[in-house]
Design a protein around this ligand. Structure first.
Ligand SMILES: Nc1ncnc2c1ncn2[C@@H]1O[C@H](COP(=O)(O)OP(=O)(O)OP(=O)(O)O)[C@@H](O)[C@H]1O
Length: 294
């Protein structure tokens, strides 16, 4: 990470509700052109982090997005930031055409032509009332609207919640093929990590308001290894202090942090863990060394 002007810069970011602190001092940066997955359990603080970044909530510490303080300069920032949240709803009483009229008027970077183009090939017609569209169609419409905004940062909070697998795949394909380029940055949260793994350039894990991983994907692949341990080498492998171990279908599987992959390959089959395997491993990290996992 050498870029001197990150798109997002957070340091010692804290947020509490009442007496309960939710974010415990996050430090992270996001560079332009990246596709970042922010992954965590329910209640870990993902939406709170995104809200801080979007200026929807005030917080302690420093956060700048495109050089602006999101809370103080939210209106100006929103010209360059687009957002889909799991709770966002489009005005249901409008027709699709009327929604585009409205956006044309209020958003300087909205292109009606592009939005119409993105709806091409879907079942959504310009005179359809939003309240009569299915959940999947509303998500498609939402994506079309957002992709028609020339934004530098796109924030997606569980954008495919409630959609079937076909819609979810189409959603991400469209996003990647029709929207992303080197100048655009995407920050996305989802519980369906397997479905976005292919497109991520960076991975952030948040657990109980702490960042437990913040790394480019290629470094994740260099740093972590999953080993299906040959029974003869079980004790040797344990000595290398796996961060996680489990028995699955009679096989001993371990995940290692920072252990030479070649050394591991003398003890069994080595692969790079999937994001979901890594997630399970790191979220339980506190107990792994105590041998409680097997
Ligand atoms: N406005 C609020 N007032 C009080 N507590 C809140 C508020 N918003 C969030 N919280 C609490 O903050 C914690 C983190 O919530 P957040 O929505 O950021 O989690 P999340 O990681 O997005 O979870 P999920 O995956 O379930 O959406 C939760 O314990 C939640 O109850």
């Amino acid at each position: 990470m050498t870029n001197p002007t990150p798109l997002v810069k957070a340091s010692a970011l804290r947020k509490g509700f009442g007496k309960k602190e939710i974010l415990h001092g996050l430090d992270f940066q996001i560079e332009p052109g990246r596709i970042v997955g922010l992954i965590g359990h329910n209640g870990a603080g993902k939406t709170t982090t995104l809200n801080a970044l979007l200026g929807l909530t005030d917080c302690e510490g420093d956060i700048t997005v495109l050089g602006k303080n999101p809370y103080a300069q939210r209106a100006a920032l929103m010209n360059d930031v687009a957002f889909i949240s799991d709770v966002a709803s489009l005005p249901r009483f409008l027709r699709v055409r009327e929604l585009f009229d409205l956006l044309d008027e209020i958003h300087p970077n909205f292109s009606r032509e592009k939005a119409n183009g993105f709806l091409h090939g879907t079942d959504i017609r310009a005179d359809a009332k939003i309240k009569n569209l299915s959940k999947g169609m509303v998500a498609q419409l939402h994506l079309a609207v957002v992709m028609a905004i020339d934004a530098r940062l796109l924030v997606l909070d569980e954008p495919t919640l409630g959609l079937d697998i076909t819609y979810r795949k189409r959603f991400y394909k469209r996003l990647l093929e029709d929207y992303m380029n080197e100048e655009r940055t995407l920050l996305i949260t989802t519980h369906q990590v397997d479905e976005i793994e292919f497109m991520l350039t960076d991975l952030m894990f948040i657990r109980d308001g702490h960042l437990v991983l913040d790394s480019p994907m290629e470094e994740v692949g260099e740093r972590y290894a999953q080993l299906v341990v040959h029974p003869d080498f079980l004790e040797d492998a344990k000595k290398l202090k796996p961060v996680f171990e489990e028995t699955k279908f009679g096989q001993n599987i371990m995940i290692f942090d920072g252990v030479d992959h070649e050394k591991l390959s003398t003890m069994g089959d080595v692969t790079i863990p999937t994001v979901s395997d890594l997630f399970v491993a790191l979220m339980q990290r506190d107990t792994a060394h105590q041998g409680e996992m097997i």
